[in-house]
Design a protein around this ligand. Structure first.
Ligand code: ATP
Ligand code: MN
Ligand code: MN
Length: 300
């Protein structure tokens, strides 16, 4: 529901009860026949996907990537509430780690209003930020690796998580790679969960060092896929499902079904323009909550 407010002030619109100033300002620039993506377009994207996206985003500790001058301007990674932020964005903290949170469509528009293009979520809910409710393995391929290698890596992560008793779901990062996300419950604290994820990634490197690397040190990454376990920890974030990315083409971090994870998958095809139409199909993460399994310390 996008309506012009006060006649005469055409540069302000009200969307979901929130003020959207400069609605025609482009966050993604126009290029040739591509008209770009304006603030109003981003708000319209959020309205189109809100029903599917909010369960992944609402009341989860977040950090924002703000690009007030569009994706070609400066990017700010922001975890604190600052002056001028709408009330629909609120702040919180857990054990000294600050975060932002939103609850509804108004919050998504408030994020759009301040140029927050990317939403990055903790792996724990706002109701209990000290305890993980998901693990995220971020698969970062070295330059020039065929996408097939990322697919193999995702399937191997899935196989190994299954051995550990966990179910998992794939998504595009909206960038170069894939994320594998495992819904969990756990009594373990974040340090223990982080250690579990680290040893999971290290075991992949130990068993296939020609394919996988578990350390972010650049020198070791050539020709391999980094199993980035650092998304898991108190205050650590991974891009939220359905969040756009501040990158050319307005890509979106898109939940997938495992059937889609094949070498034919075109990860660039998931964008602000194409993702709303996907929602007509069944939710590939429909069973995410039902597939929650308990993460337990590994016996040594
Ligand atoms: P790609 O497919 O391109 O790797 P990605 O989202 O996985 O996309 P990474 O660079 O692998 O990107 O991971 C960056 C992650 O680090 C983000 O998901 C984000 O949540 C987190 N992060 C932590 N601090 C920052 C920061 N200052 N700026 C951007 N991201 C940050
Ligand atoms: Mn990544
Ligand atoms: Mn990474």
């Amino acid at each position: 529901i996008v309506t012009a407010t006060k006649p005469g002030s055409r540069d302000v619109r009200e969307v979901a009860g929130q003020r959207l100033t400069h609605p025609d300002r482009l966050l993604w620039p126009n290029q040739g026949s591509d008209p770009g993506v304006s603030k109003a377009d981003l708000a319209a994207y959020w309205q189109a996907v809100a029903e599917r996206a909010l369960p992944e985003i609402a009341d989860r500790p977040l950090a924002l990537v703000r690009c007030p001058d569009g994706i070609e301007g400066e990017h700010f990674f922001q975890k604190h509430k600052t002056r001028g932020m709408p009330d629909a964005l609120r702040e919180g903290s857990e054990d000294g780690a600050p975060f932002l949170a939103l609850s509804d469509m108004a919050g998504l528009v408030a994020a759009t209003q301040i140029g927050a293009i990317e939403l990055h979520g903790w792996g724990s809910p706002g109701s209990d930020p000290a305890h993980a409710d998901r693990l995220v393995f971020d698969l970062d391929p070295a330059e020039d690796l065929p996408f097939e290698r990322s697919v193999e890596a995702a399937l191997e992560v899935r196989r190994r998580l299954k051995v550990a008793g966990l179910e998992c779901y794939p998504r595009t990062s909206g960038g170069k790679g894939l994320h594998v996300v495992a819904p969990i419950t756990t009594q373990m604290d974040w340090d223990a969960v982080r250690a579990w994820c680290r040893s999971f990634a290290e075991s992949m490197e130990r068993d296939a060092p020609e394919l996988f690397v578990s350390s972010t040190r650049k020198t070791r990454r050539t020709g391999r896929i980094l199993i980035d376990w650092l998304r898991n920890g108190l205050g650590s974030t991974a891009v939220a499902s359905y969040s756009p990315r501040a990158r050319p083409g307005a890509p979106v971090a898109t939940p997938l079904s495992w059937r889609e994870v094949t070498p034919k998958l075109d990860i660039k095809a998931f964008s602000i323009r194409t993702v709303p139409a996907r929602l007509r199909k069944a939710d590939p993460w429909l069973d995410f909550d039902r597939d929650r399994r308990e993460l337990k310390p590994t016996k040594k």
